[in-house]
Design a protein around this ligand. Structure first.
Ligand SMILES: Nc1ncnc2c1ncn2[C@@H]1O[C@H](COP(=O)(O)OP(=O)(O)OP(=O)(O)O)[C@@H](O)[C@H]1O
Ligand SMILES: [Mg+2]
Length: 156
């Protein structure tokens, strides 16, 4: 038995650096991967998602999917970009409908992942982003299983 590696920490000085970090993850991601983003308003979750999209070869503009809950983008693999901001206190039924069986075909990135509660898949890469305004951001990345620990190896 190998235990998953401890959390790794990175500092990002700029939005471009946050996107570049995301792009490394997107380039390394495999079908079925789930990347759970947590952090306050304006922390940079969508910036990171944009980078992941770029790493997946997504050509579309990636915005906060706040009003649609899930936005799908075509890339090397489909990207399912989920935003749970509006499901505070949501029933798990709704949450479960957001992450359906199609998640296995692509890469799922969830903003406000903590709001999914028990509906959040157990196997995931969790990224907690902290910081606001023009401050550098701190990112703490933790894989819950070996499959997602692979993504940590893609980081600069
Ligand atoms: N190092 C950094 N990394 C990421 N974003 C940064 C950084 N420095 C400044 N910013 C700015 O912080 C903002 C982050 O916005 P973003 O939409 O990505 O946050 P969010 O976490 O998705 O917020 P929300 O919860 O509202 O969806 C952007 O305006 C970005 O330019
Ligand atoms: Mg966002």
């Amino acid at each position: 038995m190998t235990s998953p590696p401890a959390a790794v920490r990175r500092t990002s000085p700029s939005p471009a650096a946050t996107r570049a970090l995301g792009a490394r993850l997107g380039a390394a991601a495999a079908a079925g991967d789930v990347i759970a983003l947590v952090g306050p308003l304006g922390a940079g979750k969508t910036e990171l998602a944009r980078g992941i999209a770029r790493g997946l070869g997504v050509g579309d503009v990636v915005a906060s999917p706040t009003f649609v809950l899930v936005a799908e983008h075509a890339g090397r693999l489909p990207l399912f970009h989920v935003d749970c901001y509006r499901i505070a206190g949501a029933e798990d039924a709704l949450a479960a409908g957001i992450l359906d069986e199609r998640a296995g075909e692509g890469v799922t990135v969830v903003e406000w992942a903590d709001r999914l509660g028990a509906a959040l898949p157990l196997g995931r890469l969790e990224i907690a982003i902290d910081g606001a305004g023009d401050e550098p951001r701190t990112l703490v990345l933790r894989a819950t299983d070996a499959r997602h620990a692979r993504l940590l190896g893609a980081l600069p």
